[in-house]
Ligand binder design. Structure first.
Ligand code: ADP
Ligand code: MG
Ligand code: MG
Length: 195
């Protein structure tokens, strides 16, 4: 299967604009309130960069923007995810195969750098179920459901990593913003792949 990955990224950018206020509110509960801005502005810059680099691979463009220009803890970590997705897509004929490898490698890179384990209340809690769903041969809609339910489950977890670790129980009952933000990538992918 082939996929328009520029459309995946512009769908993700549109989704991040829609979710901005919710993501901001979640990061106000558990962090410093900038995650909605970081994700929305990062993806807006990706859309601009895609227009300027029409012949470059979509996720390679997205990776360079997030690694070089996007702030917060999440910017470089999402940049690593995009970089591994770009690398895997470049090496596979089939989009499903590329995503299976790219998400597994991206998660591994994020864990090498950030040292978070599943259950620490971070984006890892959306990525690990997505990786597992892809490995099990789920389609993109099933993968998105796995990522979203992993993100939702962080509402019951007290943070051990990132800024949320300092606020104790204040964020209990609300999900981790980074996990929700990353789950929206898979939701955008599923919308494009299986409309
Ligand atoms: P900052 O805390 O620097 O303002 P952001 O608001 O951009 O960072 O991103 C916060 C998100 O980053 C959190 O919701 C969490 O999902 C993710 N995060 C924080 N620390 C880690 C880590 N060590 N590993 C993986 N993800 C992390
Ligand atoms: Mg923040
Ligand atoms: Mg910050």
């Amino acid at each position: 299967m082939t996929l328009d990955h520029r459309l995946v990224l512009s769908t993700y950018a549109q989704t991040a604009r829609t979710a901005h206020d919710t993501l901001t509110a979640l990061d106000q509960l558990s962090g410093d309130g900038d995650f909605g801005d970081n994700l929305r502005e990062g993806l807006d810059r990706v859309e601009t960069a895609l227009g300027e680099r029409p012949s470059d691979a979509a996720f390679a463009v997205a990776a360079s923007v997030f690694l070089d220009e996007v702030g917060g803890t999440s910017g470089p970590l999402i940049g690593l995810l995009f970089q591994e997705i770009a690398r895997a897509l470049a090496h596979s004929e089939d989009a499903r195969e590329g995503w299976r490898t790219g998400v597994a490698e991206g998660l591994a890179a994020i864990q090498r750098v950030g040292e978070a384990e599943p259950g620490d209340r971070t984006m890892v809690d959306a990525l690990a179920p997505a990786r597992d769903a892809l490995t099990a041969g789920e389609d993109f809609a099933g993968t998105a459901r796995a990522a979203l339910s992993g993100a939702q489950a962080t509402a019951g977890i007290r943070a051990r990593r990132g800024r949320a670790a300092y606020v104790g129980d204040r964020a209990l009952g609300a999900p981790d913003p980074g996990a929700v933000g990353v789950a929206l990538l898979f939701w955008s992918l599923a919308r494009v792949a299986e409309p």
